[in-house]
Design a binder for this molecule. Structure first.
Ligand SMILES: [Zn+2]
Length: 206
């Protein structure tokens, strides 16, 4: 869905190269396209815990859990992805790259109609041994409500998801035995390096 044009008010503004272009009035609006960082991993790989530890290490970034924009009254996945691309675009206009930790895949963002609202998409994959991951899932209260069949189906679904994450990831972090503090340091440093290349003004002084 295109954004609204500040010149003519039509919802006809979509991403071009370094600008947004209005297909109704041909206005070209300057915009900031920053990288979007996706921390992806199957349920139980430690995404939510990592978010809390990353925030203080990445004060220039907006670090959020992907569930934030889940709307239980509208499960349409394309609108869910579109909301994230718009939030990322909006954060970039204030100079903040976004880091989203969730069950979101790069390929589905790349294929989205609003893909051009953000810059490069980087994927950090979290990986955990199957035993540890299943044990973490089973410790969740929500998990106990599922039938044995549903649990088995969910585990299978996430095994496949974990494979795709490993393929997409530029940085793959094994969370099986590492502490969350160490993982947060590694991930934050990796992200910061790429933020500096995209926004040289964010390089540390000295
Ligand atoms: Zn316009």
């Amino acid at each position: 869905m295109p954004l609204s044009c500040p010149e003519c008010d039509a919802f006809a503004l979509s991403g071009g190269t370094n600008t947004l272009i209005c297909t109704a009035c041909n206005a070209q609006i300057e915009a900031n396209f920053l990288p979007l960082f996706l921390i992806s991993g199957a349920s139980g790989t430690g995404k939510s815990t990592l978010v809390c530890h990353l925030r203080p290490l990445l004060p220039d970034c907006v670090v959020v859990g992907g569930d934030l924009l889940v709307d239980v009254t509208n499960r349409d996945h394309q609108s869910f992805l579109g909301r994230w691309l718009r939030i990322a675009y909006a954060a970039a206009q204030s100079g903040h790259p976004i880091v989203i930790a969730g069950v979101i895949e790069k390929t589905e963002l790349d294929a989205h109609v609003d893909r051009s609202l953000v810059g490069r998409i980087h994927v950090i994959g979290l990986h955990t041994s199957e035993e540890v991951r299943v044990a973490r899932l089973q410790a969740r209260p929500r998990w106990a409500k599922h039938s044995a069949e549903k649990r088995a189906a969910k585990i299978a679904e996430h095994v496949n998801f974990a494979k795709r994450v490993a393929e997409d990831a530029e940085l793959l972090v094994d969370t099986t035995e590492n502490t969350v503090e160490n993982i947060a340091q590694e991930v934050a440093a990796w992200i910061q390096q790429r933020v500096f290349s995209a926004m040289p003004s964010k390089a540390p002084a000295g």
